[in-house]
Design a protein around this ligand. Structure first.
Ligand code: ADP
Length: 285
């Protein structure tokens, strides 16, 4: 397990942002951390990336305690947050070079590390342009390239596709997937797009500082949403049934077999899972 979180809590004064959460992330996996605004995602990520002190509990990354071995943790993670932190005047390549030298790289090693990040993140076409002149999608790619210069084992991506147009979002997403598959790097992702989370290996849903669910997309769908059977009969009657399992539709359909005009099964989605786990509770937006 590359991340191990045990009974982790964080309070800001009397606001309990994270309330004794536990979960683990498998090395090499694509992991999605989901929750509505105010759920405690940033707080947890900031603790895991050594930027914020916890109140109690334990968190380890790569076997290193995030408090006692903070520097070792920093060396093996890459982080891409929402706010751009690159220098707008410097070119993409210059920004990456500055970053690499901060990690103690120099000479051929630094050059190779930069070129490797340029290639993996797909920024070569605009590598000689100032960061400040790039499009949103190009900037996001460059942000990722920057996080890759020191070849981290674990990459944190906080809503990497938010604010991008659908085509750029798709391209960015494919790049992230390739990166995780080809390099064996673990990707820890937050996203508002359930179709992205649906492609991850594992999902944790956090709500009001507590872990509400943890599993593969399929496991969560089986547990927290149901399929819907919709039938119209030849006399115009409409029948709708929630299904425990999809195959339960068979016997229901069979019961009406000579009277059915139309039949449809709607599969539950991760959107339904998310809403079922978080709805009815106030949404800080
Ligand atoms: P998320 O990233 O899921 O939107 P956060 O971790 O940012 O959630 O916030 C969790 C809770 O902690 C929220 O109630 C938020 O208002 C509160 N919170 C976050 N940061 C601070 C802070 N610096 N001081 C006080 N309360 C905070």
């Amino acid at each position: 397990m590359i991340i191990q979180v045990d009974n982790l809590s964080k309070a800001y004064g009397n606001v309990k942002a994270v309330k004794g959460i536990s979960f683990a992330v498998r090395e090499g996996s694509l992991f999605s951390f989901l929750g509505t605004n105010g759920a405690g995602k940033s707080t947890t990520i900031n603790i895991l990336t050594t930027l914020l002190a916890k109140t109690s509990g334990k968190a380890a990354v790569g076997g290193f305690d995030v408090v006692k071995d903070a520097q070792k943790v920093r060396n093996l993670i890459g982080v891409v947050f929402q706010d751009n932190v690159l220098d707008p005047i410097l070119t993409v390549r210059e920004n990456l070079t500055v970053r690499g030298s901060l990690y103690g790289l120099s000479g051929v090693k630094l050059k190779n590390a930069v070129e490797n990040a340029v290639k993996i993140a797909g920024v070569s076409e605009f590598a000689t342009r100032p960061y400040g002149k790039l499009s949103g999608g190009q900037r996001r790619r460059t942000d990722i390239a920057r996080a890759l210069v020191h070849t981290p084992r674990l990459l944190f991506l906080d809503e990497p596709t938010t604010g991008l147009d659908p085509k750029t979002r798709r391209d960015m997403w494919l790049m992230i997937r390739d990166l995780q598959k080809n390099s064996g790097m673990t990707v820890f992702l937050t996203t508002h797009y359930m179709e992205e989370a649906a492609e991850s290996d594992d999902i944790v849903v956090i709500h009001k500082g507590e872990v509400k669910a943890h599993g593969t997309p399929l496991e969560l769908k089986m547990e927290y949403c149901s399929d819907l059977l919709k039938m119209t009969l030849d006399n115009g009657d409409y029948i709708e049934r929630k299904l425990e399992k999809t195959t339960d539709a068979l016997s229901i359909i069979d019961g009406y077999r000579n009277r059915i005009a139309n039949v449809e099964i709607i599969n539950g989605t991760l959107d339904d899972v998310f809403l079922n786990l978080t709805e009815g509770l106030e949404h800080v937006d």
